[in-house]
Write a protein that binds this ligand. Structure first.
Ligand code: PLP
Length: 263
């Protein structure tokens, strides 16, 4: 294990434990990966309702990021819920160059209960300031459409051509790579995530679909990707391991089996 194998998680606490920093800490704990954190907000949630959000002042977020980077332990950064435009700006201005540390952005916009996790006026700023600084952005199809200003489609059966167009347009916004998650796409037998990086063709990453629900799957996925990038995996390997982790976690939740571990 290299000295710089910890993940800096920039995200919000979810009091219900189902998502956010709470889920990230659980996930990284299962992988035996250390984390530092920069808490962006404290949320009050149940599994079905976002009751309140209390934003941490942007200068405190900045100071947490600086302290974590000063530790010399950080091997990758994962960004989750940011909440406001001020926090988006603070984070964008605090990040090291992505050539130095892999940076994974889960563009969290809403809770599955429907509550808003990124204020409307902050979405444009996230697109302009943050996307050009990250190694990978991991939207689901709803988030991809929102980031691109595309018509929010209720049709989860997004076609292959529109998917490719979205990947290319997100890449053009400045992320070094884009992973559009397929969990919300239709009801096929497989979940297909699609990865596009500069200079390469789109890569399909597939896993058998598990019928089950679990909160915070996007949080877990991006945390595992960051942990694997910190350990030196390629982007494709990191995304593949993370997809498998989430599928196993869903299966464990559905069957009440042991929590998954990474092998
Ligand atoms: N709450 C927080 C603090 C989050 O960061 C996220 C997602 O990243 C969510 C809720 C959304 O999770 P879910 O879709 O399970 O509600």
């Amino acid at each position: 294990v290299s000295a710089a194998s910890a993940v800096l998680v920039i995200a919000a606490a979810d009091s219900s434990g189902g998502a956010g920093l709470t889920r990230d800490a659980q996930t990284l704990g299962e992988l035996h990966v250390a984390l530092c954190c920069a808490v962006t907000a404290v949320t009050v949630q149940t599994d079905t309702e976002l009751r309140a959000t209390h934003q941490v002042p942007a200068q405190v977020v900045r100071a947490q990021i600086r302290a974590a980077l000063d530790s010399g332990q950080i091997g990758a950064i994962k960004i989750g819920m940011l909440g406001t435009a001020a926090t988006v700006r603070a984070v964008a201005e605090s990040l090291p160059p992505r050539e130095r540390l892999p940076i994974v952005l889960d563009p969290v916009l809403r809770a599955s209960s429907g509550g808003t996790l990124l204020e409307r006026d902050a979405v444009a700023l996230l697109r302009e300031l943050l996307l050009p600084r990250v190694s990978l952005v991991t939207p689901n199809i709803v988030e991809a459409a929102a980031l691109l200003g595309d018509e929010a489609t209720r049709d989860s059966m997004i076609g292959e051509a529109s998917l490719r167009s979205q990947l290319q347009r997100l890449l053009a916004l400045g992320a070094a790579a884009v992973l559009i998650k397929g969990g919300h796409r239709g009801e096929g037998e497989e979940v297909i995530d699609t990865l596009l990086a500069h200079g390469g063709p789109p890569v399909r990453i597939a896993v058998p679909r598990v019928c089950g629900t679990r909160r915070g799957t996007g949080c877990s996925l991006s945390s595992v990707i960051a942990a694997r990038l910190a350990a030196g995996d390629s982007l494709i390997d990191a995304c593949t391991v993370a997809q498998r982790y989430v599928a196993e976690a869903l299966r464990a939740e559905a069957t009440g089996a042991e929590r998954p571990s990474l092998r």
